[in-house]
Design a protein around this ligand. Structure first.
Ligand SMILES: [Mg+2]
Ligand SMILES: [Zn+2]
Length: 270
């Protein structure tokens, strides 16, 4: 046995590698090769794992997008079958900064997220209307012509970003100010529902399936008055309105940071 062992051992050494016989330095070299091989293997393994992960993340994002597109398609198809739904948008403090009275087109500052929000409404198949109290006309701060110019500018700026307002409705009246044309207790000054009824007639809108987005209690009360869903935005007078909400007759169904968030919540609920 002893002899056998002695005879086998050198033979194995000889078989391992010709280099192995040249000394420990070359053994180190072999270990080094193995280490490199191991490291390469780890690298390949990690690379493969990351690629697979990335692939699944990409697939997930794609299916999310697909889901959103399908949802918009379903919403627009269902609205084709029935009379249209609409989102009624307050103007000052909701679409644009509320600087008191916008008495010239150049004073109009549209919020940077407004166009995307309105574009989402357009893509959903719902109509988008502006519903605004403009007592500045009755007060003599600007004329109806100027108001039309302001709305034309808004239309242009939104169109540049692919968003469209289907129609603008405004109340130029006030119970205490103006001449005979404008000084009256009208049925169109929010929270009275005259403007919504006009829009509903002209565009065949079902108000009870529609939405009102605004920054004041009058917007929320308007929504409640016609059975629409009210969404309060916290821009413009929104924060103050929200803080004071215990005093109004009608609480909003939705409270959102801004117009874009409000629209996203509405689309998620559909
Ligand atoms: Mg407002
Ligand atoms: Zn009016």
């Amino acid at each position: 046995m002893k002899i056998g062992r002695r005879r086998i051992k050198p033979r194995l050494n000889a078989q391992r590698s010709p280099r192995a016989q040249l000394g420990s330095k070359l053994y180190f070299g072999q270990d080094f090769d193995r280490t490199m091989f191991y490291r390469t293997e780890v690298f390949v393994h990690r690379f493969t794992c990351r690629t697979i992960k990335l692939f699944f993340v990409f697939q997930f994002c794609e299916s999310e997008n697909l889901f959103r597109r399908e949802r918009l398609k379903t919403v627009s198809q269902s609205s084709d079958l029935q009379s249209a739904r609409a989102v009624f948008l307050d103007r000052d403090g909701t679409i644009n900064e509320d600087s008191g009275y916008v008495s010239h087109p150049r004073e109009l500052i549209i919020y940077p997220w407004a166009a995307e929000a309105i574009r989402l409404i357009n893509e959903s198949g719902m109509k988008a209307f502006v519903i605004t109290n403009q007592s500045g006309v009755a007060r003599g701060l600007y004329t109806e012509e100027t108001l039309h110019a302001v709305h034309e500018r808004m239309r242009e700026e939104l169109a540049r970003e692919g968003a469209k307002i289907d129609a603008f409705y405004y109340c130029p009246h006030h119970p205490d100010f103006g001449d005979a044309r404008y000084k009256k207790i009208c049925d169109c000054r929010k929270p009275r529902p005259g403007l919504l009824h006009r829009a509903a007639r002209e565009h065949r809108i079902e108000l009870a399936r529609s939405y009102v987005i605004g920054d004041k209690a009058s917007d929320m009360n308007l929504a409640a008055g016609v059975g629409a869903v009210g969404a309060l935005v916290l821009t413009g007078y929104g924060r103050g309105t929200h803080a004071d909400s215990e005093r109004w007759p009608c609480e909003p169904s939705i409270v959102a940071g801004d117009l874009l968030e409000a629209v996203n919540i509405i689309l998620d609920r559909m």
